[in-house]
Design a protein around this ligand. Structure first.
Ligand SMILES: [Zn+2]
Length: 375
């Protein structure tokens, strides 16, 4: 029966390069996972997402359980078939989004009962139900069900929440069972408290997972505090398993996280920004609605090989954004996802060549030049 594995192929300082093997394909790490919240990466055909270099997508348990429903997706052949994506899919546990989006939440030892933010219908999520939903969806990488307090929170609240998440992690492991070809990741919590992060890591290692996420960051603490935590948190997790930083981030967050030993990340930023006229380039962020682009015949990034940069000027991208045309979000999302994947590929090469520090210095130097030369 097909199995999964993780192999580290190069290291440079704390940065790691590797490959996760699943029956649905290989995931080159460090990996960036585009977010397909509602069984679509908004504005992108699945083959276009693959063309940007993405090996794996993320799906959201909370959104999919409410609409169209996990049982319905299962009856229709699972999430891969439903959304026409044949590569690996990671699903989150629903824990984070139920706490941030659902209405009338009631948190108990057993789980969370809540009302849908879409139609007010009643639902519940527990470690057991989250494992069941992720199995119905057919997820390749399943996340343990956890609870994550927004920061800042006081130490007692963070400790209580972390210990509840560790009890839920054990129940998730038990409910997941033995599923060859699928991976289950545990999630480290503990906020910005180093000793609580250590306690959480020990609890997770005692349970045993196929991979480990650093959870509870990118929730409003700021980059400096996040990097401060990443200076120690990943090293508390097993060396020989993938490490996933959830919900990160901007390009400079991603480079800083990889430098600190993170292997996988996801974020809505490249796709969400694309729909609001924001582009991310080697030379920094570009707001395409700005009037300075209206007569500019040059592409977003002269070195970029994406369809938006090969075929269209800043003037055109500015025009279609201002005119509210659908192609605006499509092109900017394509460019952003392409840029993110190029960034990951560049870091993987740099790690293999033992020149990550030089890569990082160049990354920051190019951004400091500003997004384009004067016409
Ligand atoms: Zn481009």
């Amino acid at each position: 029966m097909a199995q999964t594995s993780f192999e580290l192929t190069a290291r440079d300082g704390r940065a790691r390069r590797g490959v996760i093997r699943t029956p649905r394909g290989e995931i080159r790490t460090p990996a960036f996972m585009p977010v397909g919240t509602a069984a679509t990466v908004k504005g992108m055909m699945p083959e276009s997402v693959a063309a940007t270099g993405a090996d794996i997508l993320l799906g959201n348990t909370y959104h999919l359980m409410l609409r169209p429903g996990a049982e319905r997706v299962a009856r229709l052949g699972g999430l891969h078939k439903f959304m026409n994506w044949s590569g690996p899919i990671l699903t989150d546990s629903g824990g984070f989004q139920v706490m941030s989006l659902a209405e009338l939440r009631k948190l108990t030892e057993d789980g969370v009962s809540f009302r849908s933010h879409i139609d007010g219908s009643k639902h519940m999520l527990s470690p057991e139900r989250s494992m069941e939903i992720q199995k119905l969806l057919g997820s390749d990488i399943v996340m343990a069900f956890d609870e994550c307090p927004a920061l800042p929170a006081d130490r007692d609240r963070i400790a209580q929440s972390m210990r509840l998440s560790m009890r839920w992690a054990a129940r998730s492991r038990e409910a997941f069972g033995d599923r060859p070809g699928h991976m289950l990741f545990g999630i480290q919590q503990g906020g910005l408290e180093q000793d609580l992060r250590g306690e959480s890591a020990e609890a997770l290692k005692g349970i045993g997972f196929d991979g480990y996420a650093v959870g509870g960051l990118a929730v409003g603490e700021g980059q400096e505090a996040m990097f401060g935590c990443l200076d120690y948190a990943p090293d508390m997790l097993p060396e020989d398993r993938p490490r996933y930083l959830m919900g990160v981030g901007k390009p400079d967050d991603i480079v800083g996280a990889v430098k600190r030993g993170i292997d996988m990340m996801d974020c809505v930023l490249p796709s969400r920004s694309g729909r609001t006229g924001q582009a991310w380039t080697r030379r920094g962020q570009v707001n395409i609605k700005n009037a300075r682009h209206a007569d500019d015949p040059r592409p977003l990034d002269e070195n970029c090989t994406c369809p938006a940069c090969r075929g269209y000027s800043r003037a055109y991208l500015h025009h279609v954004f201002r005119a509210g045309e659908m192609i605006s979000g499509m092109l900017l999302t394509w460019h952003n996802l392409h840029y993110y994947q190029e960034l990951m590929a560049g870091m993987r090469e740099a790690i293999s060549g033992a020149r990550f520090d030089a890569f990082e210095a160049e990354f920051h130097a190019v951004r400091a030049e500003g997004d384009i030369d004067p016409l």
